[in-house]
Design a protein around this ligand. Sequence first.
Ligand code: ADP
Ligand code: MG
Length: 388
Amino acid sequence: MTVQELFENTFGLSAETTSFAPGRVEFIGNHTDYNGGDVMGVAIDKGVFIAASKREDDEIHMVSTISDEVVMRRLSCLEKPLEGNNSWTNYPIGVICSLLKRDFNLPTGFNIAVASNLPVGAGLSSSAAIELSTLHAIMQLNGFDISKADMARIGRQSENEYVGIPSGILDQGTSSFGKEGSIIYINCKEEDFSVLATGKKLSLWIFNTDHKHSLVDSLYGQRHQECSEAFDYFKKLNPDLESICDLNLEVLQEHENNISLNMFKRTRHVITEHRRVHAVKEALNESDLNRVGKLLLGSHRSSQHDFENSIPELDFLVDTLIQQEGVLGARLSGGGFGGAVMALTVDSFESSQAEKVAEAYKDKFGENRQTTFFNTYASDGPRSIQSL
Ligand code: ADP
Ligand code: MG
């Protein structure tokens, strides 16, 4: 069922507008964002569709293909996010709350239908896609003109403040600035976004492990904490230090014996990863995709051994992929502890080769743990869709 059909079946009329916003893949820059570093993301050709119309009252009615229930909220009474089965509605409502906080005038409520073609739980940021797609639809319905940077900030604000997830700007920044044939480069410290044309269309393959570590949230929090302890330690030595991304590897090495092994390894990952982000930018400028691929693999190895946010499934996919002809590099993409691997390949890399990787994964981890994969390219950001 298309999102427009879902809208018509639910609300008995046609949607006034239909928007799409892309999911994203973290191209490189693993855990550099909240450490005040740079990160590169790619908006992909899968994402979230929102069909919407204005209502005459102050009610917001929401339906999604993931749930049978139509959820109703009132514009005047949105303070509390919902819990349980209907908590998915916190994403569109969070956007509405952010708009209200920023003094946008919303005189009426909305009917909203949601559908997505992003795989669930693969870390491709369906949350940013639903936020930006909702925002885009509301902008169309109300004639709001909002810059891409502010769209990203509104999406992030709704996720941080309403949904309650302390995520960085990568997800919403990449979705908002997404552009065909381009990588989105984000300087997280300055919150500065640039769109880097890759020249050649990059062929990306996503392999989902279909597995998340049960402790993913607490492990993520632990890494966050370790990085912030490292920052406190080095800031005491150099009060001008703005982030551990700016630390010299030599300085870190001088202090190796004064800090815990974990603090040493986490910091080394962040420093070298930040360098790899810059090196990838340079290699892309020189159209040196072989070098980009090597840096992607270097990123994975650093995650695997220093940041320790990989899992055997991700390592296996990376190790198997890089043995295939035409794979330039591969790495875990996103927070880690599960999620997906992204591979950069030559154009001629085929489904039959990807199938082989999937077979090997099944042989290794058993029938109930299968990887799903797809090929994707850098795509445009939020936009209106005429008909599906
Ligand atoms: P990610 O952003 O990595 O995909 P998150 O946990 O941040 O994972 O966001 C996923 C949440 O976004 C889902 O649990 C759901 O609440 C919401 N969501 C995503 N897609 C849809 C959809 N099609 N319909 C309704 N809610 C959705
Ligand atoms: Mg998310």
